[in-house]
Structure formats: C-alpha cells, structure tokens
Write a protein that binds this ligand. Structure first.
Ligand code: SF4
Ligand code: SF4
Ligand code: FES
Length: 246
C-alpha cells in the first residue's frame, strides 16, 4: 500500500432522518450522505458540510459549538449525544442520525427542547424562592460556604440538552414525567441555602409518579449526560427524602 493510499481520508456515510412534520405529504425517510473525514472533524462540522455542499434544506440546531448551549443533541446510532462534542473518528463507517425522541419535532434533526424545558421550569418553579423583591444593594450579600457553592454550581452545569430525557424509559411512556433534568433542577435549589422552600414544598412538585416515584432507577440519564452530572446520587437522595414525607 502506498503512503498516499494509507493516508486517504476515510469515507463515512451518515444516514440522516429527514421529515417535515409541517408537510402532510411528507414521510419520514433516511437520507444517506457521504462525507470525507478530516482531522478533528466533529459531527457538527460534518452536518454543516452536508448542509453547505449537499443539501441546504437539512435542519439541525446549534449555537455554541462548544458543548455549552445544549442545542445540538441528537440520536447518534440510537444514543443521545451532542453533535459538537462527537468526533467523526469515534463513529463507524456508517452511522444513523435521528432527532431526540420525546420532544416536539421541528424538522429533520431539529427538536423543540426549549419549549419543553420552559414548561418543566414553570411547573417545578426552578428559580430562587424567598429572595426579597427590592434588594438593598448596600446590604452584605447572604453568605454561602465554599462547599455549598460548589454543590450548587455542580448542578448548575446542566446545559438543558435533553439527552437524559431522550434516554429515559419512563419519559417515553409518560409525557408528563419531569425527567432527570427536572430532578437535577430541584436538587440544585434544594442545595441552595438562599432558597426558603422545604421538602414539603418539593414534594408538591415531584412527590408522585410524574416525579421521583415514576423513576425506574436504571440510570440511562446518568450514562448519557454530556456534562456528567451526578444524577444518580441526586435522584436517589431526592427519592429517599420524598419517601419520608409520602
Ligand atoms: S433513572 Fe429515572 S430519570 Fe434516569 S433514565 Fe431512569 S427512569 Fe429516567
Ligand atoms: S442533566 Fe445532563 S443530559 Fe440532562 S439536560 Fe442537563 S446536561 Fe443534558
Ligand atoms: S452547539 Fe452548543 S452544545 Fe453543541
């Protein structure tokens, strides 16, 4: 084999689900798109190349390209992943890309995670409770220990990508399930000493089968979370606390 042949870039086929739910005549289908792998190429770069050079109608989401905005989550060979954090070199020669299940499909690989996240946030009231309305800026800030701050910021790393919900068996069966992302938010405010809610208040929003008691504890959520949040520990802890009340 010559050096030239040896270094030839690998050809990769991406079978991409195409479907426009707005068009009643459209039917879901897989479109095979071939690309040449390049050094450091992410799936996000590959999809951009396809859109630029092969099919400008391809729909997928992105904002940051750096694993921070959570927009580019999709199913890669059946597993939820961020396209901008997935190297093409990690993929086999042929891969299948489909949109995240559970969320409203906008078209092709684009889903409306934002709409669902907002609904979840309003339902669980994922904001600080007990903060004075007119804050006196001359007053010294409320104190928090470094350990408390670390624990809160650890959970605040969630990018609301939806991967945990897409991988969750319970969420596929019940659309009203709050999902691991919802538990993560409750855990975050529970850890925050500034929040005045107590466990009875949290029980009101997650103390049933749409909350912690619907969780099957198989922990697909933790396996796929691109930010490696400690979902397992937090869900188990919340369930214990909620069981004491129920
Ligand atoms: S552990 Fe619970 S929240 Fe996580 S994937 Fe399983 S059912 Fe869903
Ligand atoms: S908990 Fe992890 S997987 Fe779930 S939305 Fe947040 S970052 Fe994504
Ligand atoms: S584009 Fe923002 S996480 Fe991938």
């Amino acid at each position: 084999m010559s050096a030239e042949q040896h270094n030839a870039p690998r050809k990769v086929t991406l079978n991409i689900l195409r479907y426009n739910p707005q068009d009643e005549n459209d039917v879901p289908r897989l479109q095979a798109c071939d690309i040449e792998e390049a050094d450091g190429m992410t799936l996000f770069i590959a999809l951009n190349e396809i859109r630029e050079h092969q099919d400008p109608t391809l729909q997928f989401d992105f904002v940051c390209r750096a694993g921070i905005c959570g927009s580019c989550a999709m199913m890669v060979n059946g597993k939820p992943r961020l396209a901008c954090r997935t190297l093409v070199t990690e993929l086999p020669t042929e891969s299948t890309l489909t949109p995240l299940p559970f969320f409203e499909l906008i078209g092709d690989l684009s889903v409306n995670t934002g709409k669902w996240m907002r609904g979840m946030s309003e339902r669980l009231e994922t904001w600080l409770h007990g903060v004075e309305e007119n804050v006196d800026l001359r007053k010294i800030e409320q104190r928090m220990t470094p350990e408390e701050a670390d624990a809160v910021y650890e959970m605040d790393r969630c990018v609301e990508c939806g991967c945990c919900v897409a991988a969750c068996g319970t969420a596929q069966m019940r659309p009203d399930f709050v999902g691991a992302v919802g538990f993560g938010k409750i855990a975050r405010f529970r850890l925050d000493p500034r929040d005045t809610r107590n466990d009875d208040d949290y029980f009101e929003v997650i103390g049933d089968d749409t909350g912690v008691f619907g969780c099957m504890s198989l922990l697909a959520c933790q396996d796929v979370c691109p930010k490696s949040l400690p979902l397992k520990t937090q869900i188990a802890f919340l369930r214990r606390k909620m069981a004491l009340i129920g």
